[in-house]
Design a protein around this ligand. Structure first.
Ligand SMILES: C[S@@+](CC[C@H](N)C(=O)[O-])C[C@H]1O[C@@H](n2cnc3c(N)ncnc32)[C@H](O)[C@@H]1O
Length: 217
């Protein structure tokens, strides 16, 4: 527990808010260790730069080894928070590198027989080719760049090629606010025959990004 005042994400304004938003955009979350600098955003920016340089820049030590050293040092310092923080980072690194390895092996083996590049709203998949379609970090997120008309065309195309359900995650825009297109879609007469629901999920890769939309026929 820190003895100095901390400004939380939801009460941050001005420069602090921009720095928080930038960190959440890049890292997916805001660690307590960063929030400790909330009275001095400039220190926070420099702390983040030091952390990124140490952990992610090219060096003789792998990222994995760096996180492992950080865990050992944290344990020696009796800092449980730091142990958890670096253990979580190490776990993500392992999971990610395992997934990346799996994907590379699979892509080498099956190439475009399994992975089809498509630029929506047009695809050459047949009607109901898939049972479920998943859309991740694309629709709603870029509402400032992709207008409602294009969202609609893409969803209609996905409905054509999907027999059961389309899932769109998250439903926030880049600022972490619920996209205004969510309500537009839910009130669009062209979708009145579809069931559209919003469900909470137990993961949050970016600020407020913990809800998904399910659309069924
Ligand atoms: C932020 S990335 C998300 C990648 C991945 N789905 C994820 O969640 O990590 C957005 C993706 O949308 C793809 N994209 C952009 N416009 C597209 C379109 N019209 N049709 C299909 N994919 C598109 C981009 O190529 C990019 O890979």
């Amino acid at each position: 527990m820190a003895f100095i005042k901390i400004v939380n994400e939801y009460e941050a304004e001005g420069e602090l808010k921009s720095v928080y938003d930038e960190i959440i955009k890049g890292r997916g979350k805001l660690s307590n260790i960063m929030k400790i600098h909330s009275l001095n955003p400039d220190t926070m920016v420099k702390h983040m730069a030091l952390y990124k340089t140490l952990m992610f820049s090219k060096s003789g030590l792998s990222r994995e080894l760096k996180e492992t050293i950080a865990i050992v040092v944290s344990k020696t310092n009796n800092c449980d928070y730091c142990v958890n923080h670096h253990a979580e980072a190490l776990l993500f690194y392992w999971k990610d590198s395992e997934k990346i390895k799996l994907f590379i092996e699979d892509f080498k083996k099956y190439g475009t027989k399994r992975y089809k590049p498509v630029e929506y709203p047009v695809s050459d998949f047949i009607d109901n080719q898939f049972t479920i379609s998943l859309v991740s970090h694309f629709l709603f997120l870029y509402e400032d760049h992709i207008n409602y008309d294009l969202h609609k065309k893409i969803i209609l195309e996905l409905l054509r090629i999907t027999s059961k359900e389309i899932r769109i995650f998250p439903i926030v825009n880049l600022k972490g606010e619920k996209s205004s297109l969510v309500d537009t879609l839910m009130h669009d007469k062209d979708f009145e025959r579809n069931q559209i629901s919003v469900k909470k999920v137990d993961y949050e890769f970016m600020k407020n990004g913990n809800e998904m939309m399910a659309i069924t026929h």
